[in-house]
Design a protein around this ligand. Structure first.
Ligand SMILES: NC(=O)c1ccc[n+]([C@@H]2O[C@H](COP(=O)([O-])OP(=O)(O)OC[C@H]3O[C@@H](n4cnc5c(N)ncnc54)[C@H](OP(=O)(O)O)[C@@H]3O)[C@@H](O)[C@H]2O)c1
Length: 302
């Protein structure tokens, strides 16, 4: 018998299609440990819960697999017990997150926030704005989200340049980044947050961008040095669209709330009404693989 730990009772529905012999407990990591937790082999933590700590994981001595519901897995790498396979949810949130990146980019360029303010005041105030057409867009990341952003902006007449960890056909390496920054009007960040990408977008990175450039971050807040970005926004030199911030949630007195030239959304890239259907499908498929002894997909660490 394989015991799976699911975030809550709604997730039990998926078990109807699982092979005989799988049993479930539900626990979101808070409150008393449920009966059966010590038998758990396969853990599905709640979406956006943050990594469990060593004490929470110590309650599952038979654990073999941690299947996340997010694409970002970095906080789990250091707490993953030895021998436990860590899988992310690459593909579950990618399309909607790329869509939000392009929506935010377009909203800033077409000045939708100012137009909405005029609408609320009953003012008909037409004017020419920027747009994606003919913009040079630099996409950091050539994975699920980055490649979708690149495809989408090209459809609107922009030029897309992609940078990732490994150079390949149509993808530049990170060593080329300093030379590419001054040549682009928009930078979209779609890489994981790791030691290597922490504060990748720092004061020097931002200073290399041309005046009026737009910085878009839908990945993780700490890839951007918030203080350095705030300085550029306040100086009126750069614009930004952020779906993710450092810290999260953004405290009520944080200076980003009042920063000029900034459009902000509260980490909702993956938060669509129907992502759970894709999440269920992923968990179900991964459980079937686990029970059959087949290779798991989306393995981040093993
Ligand atoms: N806002 C939201 O709600 C939301 C939703 C989903 C995901 N995210 C975030 O977005 C991130 C990307 O998601 P994804 O699904 O596109 O991931 P992905 O498919 O795994 O792609 C990640 C890309 O980042 C590149 N990369 C990794 N480390 C790098 C480094 N040190 N320097 C440069 N490039 C590096 C990879 O390069 P290679 O191709 O060369 O390996 C790859 O192209 C996630 O890690 C997550 O943090 C946010």
């Amino acid at each position: 018998v394989t015991t799976v730990c699911l975030p809550d009772d709604r997730w039990r529905q998926l078990l109807v299609e699982l092979p005989v012999g799988v049993t479930a407990v539900t626990w979101d990591g808070t409150g008393a440990a449920p009966d059966g937790l010590r038998d758990v082999e396969f853990l599905v933590p709640p979406y956006g819960s943050g990594a469990f700590d060593a004490t929470q994981l110590a309650g599952m001595p038979k654990l073999q697999v941690i299947q996340l519901l997010s694409a970002g897995a970095e906080p789990w790498l250091s707490v993953r017990p030895p021998g436990v396979t860590l899988c992310n949810a690459r593909g579950v949130h990618g399309a909607s997150t790329a869509e939000l990146a392009v929506a935010g980019m377009s909203s800033v360029l077409r000045e939708l926030p100012a137009m909405y303010a005029a609408q609320r005041e009953g003012r008909w105030a037409p004017r020419d704005t920027d747009a994606l057409v003919e913009k040079r867009v630099l996409v950091l990341g050539a994975g699920d989200i980055g490649s979708r952003i690149a495809t989408a902006v090209v459809a609107f007449g922009a030029q897309a340049t992609t940078v990732a960890r490994t150079a390949r056909d149509g993808v530049h390496s990170m060593t080329e980044l300093p030379a590419l920054l001054p040549e682009h009007d928009v930078v979209a960040v779609a890489v994981p947050h790791t030691d290597e990408t922490h504060h990748l977008v720092d004061a020097a990175f931002l200073a290399a961008l041309p005046d009026g450039a737009l910085v878009v971050n839908v990945a993780r807040g700490a890839i951007v040095d918030t203080a350095a970005l705030l300085a550029e926004l306040t100086a009126g030199r750069l614009h930004a669209f952020l779906d993710v911030t450092d810290p999260e949630p953004l405290p009520p007195d944080h200076p980003l709330w009042d920063a000029p030239n900034l459009l902000l959304t509260p980490h909702v890239g993956g938060g669509t009404r129907e992502w759970q259907r894709r999440g269920h499908q992923l968990v179900r498929d991964q459980l079937v693989r686990h029970v059959r002894g087949d290779a798991l997909q989306n393995v981040v660490a093993r």
